[in-house]
Write a protein that binds this ligand. Structure first.
Ligand code: HEM
Length: 495
């Protein structure tokens, strides 16, 4: 689907125009299958796209690829022209711009349907120059200064979140839903200039639900690209659904952006710089602003609640870590109001978040890039041209070669504990690396630190029996598909 990050189900070899992509898929499979044969992997996956495509559609592919790495080693062939890597050097070689190359590897564009408006957002944009041009306009909204200016807007929602939990804590709550409500309220305010009002109404905005459903359909629809001539038929069937959801999404975004740009009072949100430069020769067009506002909304509102839900669950399963962090917060602060972006910088809190991002990366899907026609070196290995390459986050983050007790939640590995001194912390890159890494990294940490600190300061938390095993076997359809996370909250009363 076009509206988000580049979609990751692709196996096509090249960045190709839509009219010709069917043939390029076909040909690339043939042209690269022999040179890739030296890379290990299950035989069936190497000779046909079917297992990869099928498991992407069922949300199991990322789990299975991680298992393959444990079985076969640091490089695995996951489709006729796809390789997955599990080595630190692969991050920069695939997603960055190493000194050995003058350009970035292009995103595998196969799954990106041309937008109805004909305008790409920055994440989909195939041209690096155009990507940089767009990103520059929005980077201002994510600077240190912007974050400081946005703090009062965000604090309003963080405090409302805590108040609403106080009002609802007589019974068990689905904290996953409350994190969603919070993130969508914050992001809609910063991207569109007005909140969805989810926390007030305890309800997700109807647009949010259709957006989530759409995101989850993406990998399923991606299968259409794998089978010639079936891809044409499948795409024909899927297209009306796709286009209808897309149009609903964009009509809504356009209305919101139009309203926001009409506001005369300056506000420190994501659109302020784009608004200021409107009607100047170098400005973004209205359509470009809309495409990117939609992207920021989706990118910000789906990933941060996933991280928060993950860290909450992991803490609840590890009572000692929960007790250390809670006591640290309650001794550092006299009241919840003392927690702000300056005071919240507590090493153990950061360690807890990093460890949760390692075990439960919020964007775990494998965002592939394509090697140039002449091939290139990745982590010291030659990879033939037109190969789709990616890093398996689940594989690299849980590899016994990188971590002591890799599947255990151990925040102390981030604070210099001697037992974990050989851990390869640099392999954990939940925000990716390089010029197309996450623009919202600082904002995400800002939100995660403040929300978690305020929650743990305000309540004693307990996991409900029905949510034990919440993380096990979750589907990955671009993002983690999160079921309800039921917890009990007991307000903390300072002695
Ligand atoms: C824990 C939270 C987050 C995680 C783990 C995360 C992760 C990522 C990753 C892995 C990418 C690279 C995708 C690719 O290469 O295709 C990315 C890109 C992006 N993220 Fe995030 N993200 C988070 C929060 C946010 C927030 C809060 C925002 C905005 C409000 C945001 C906006 C974006 C945008 C616009 C891009 C595309 C950047 C570009 O193409 O230049 N993300 N994110």
């Amino acid at each position: 689907m076009r509206l988000m990050f580049s979609i990751v189900t692709s196996s096509c070899s090249s960045v190709c125009s839509c009219s010709s992509h069917i043939w390029s898929t076909h040909q690339s499979t043939v042209s690269t299958s022999i040179p890739l044969s030296k890379y290990p992997g299950p035989r069936l996956w190497a000779i046909t796209h079917f297992p990869d495509a099928y498991h992407r559609a069922t949300g199991r592919q990322a789990h299975l690829v991680a298992d393959m790495h444990h079985k076969y080693g640091p490089v695995v062939r996951t489709a006729p022209n796809e390789l997955s890597f599990c080595e630190e050097g692969a991050w920069l070689d695939i997603y960055g711009k190493p000194v050995s190359r003058s350009t970035q590897l292009p995103k595998d564009q196969q799954q990106i349907l041309p937008p109805p408006s004909g305008v790409w957002n920055m994440s989909q944009q195939p041209s690096d120059e155009e990507h940089q041009r767009m990103r520059r306009f929005f980077a201002h909204g994510f600077s240190e200064k912007a974050l400081r200016d946005q703090e009062p807007i965000m604090n309003k929602y963080f405090n409302l979140f805590i108040r609403r939990l106080h009002e609802n804590c007589a019974k068990a709550v689905d904290i996953n839903k409350w994190y969603d409500l919070l993130s969508f309220d914050v992001m809609s305010d910063l991207a569109f200039g007005e909140s969805f009002g989810g926390l007030e109404n305890s309800k997700l905005h109807p647009w949010t639900k259709s957006m989530q459903a759409m995101l989850r359909a993406i990998p399923v629809l991606g299968i259409t690209q794998k089978y010639y001539p079936l891809d044409r038929i499948l795409l024909l069937i899927a297209k009306p659904f796709l286009r209808e959801s897309e149009l609903k999404f964009y009509n809504f975004v356009e209305r919101q952006v139009m309203k926001r740009l009409k506001l005369q009072t300056p506000r420190p949100d994501f659109l302020v710089y784009a608004q200021e430069s409107l009607n100047t020769p170098e400005s973004l067009t209205f359509q470009e602003i809309c495409e990117n506002a939609g992207l920021l909304m989706v990118g910000g509102a789906e990933s941060t609640p996933s991280a928060l839900a993950g860290v909450t669950y992991l803490l609840l399963c590890n009572p000692t870590c929960l007790a250390i962090l809670t006591s640290c917060l309650r001794t550092t602060f006299q009241s919840v109001d003392e927690i702000n972006s300056v005071t919240v910088n507590i090493d153990y809190l950061l360690a807890v978040l990093n460890e949760a991002l390692r075990l439960y990366p919020p964007v775990p899907s494998i965002f592939s890039r394509v090697t140039p026609p002449e091939g290139c070196f990745i982590a010291g290995r030659y990879v033939p041209g037109n190969t789709s390459v990616s890093v398996s986050q689940r594989g690299i983050n849980r590899s016994a070669s990188n971590f002591v007790r890799p599947n255990e939640f151990a925040p102390q590995r981030w604070t210099g504990d001697a037992e974990f001194r050989d851990d390869q912390l640099k392999v954990v890159q939940p925000f990716s690396v390089g010029p197309r890494n996450c623009i919202g990294r600082n904002l995400a940490f800002f939100e995660m630190k403040l929300v978690l600190a305020k929650l743990l300061y305000s309540f004693d938390l307990e996991l409900c029996e029905e949510s034990r095993g919440w993380m096990d076997g979750q589907k990955i359809l671009f993002f983690n598909v999160r079921p309800p996370l039921m917890i009990k909250l007991k307000p903390y009363v300072k002695a």
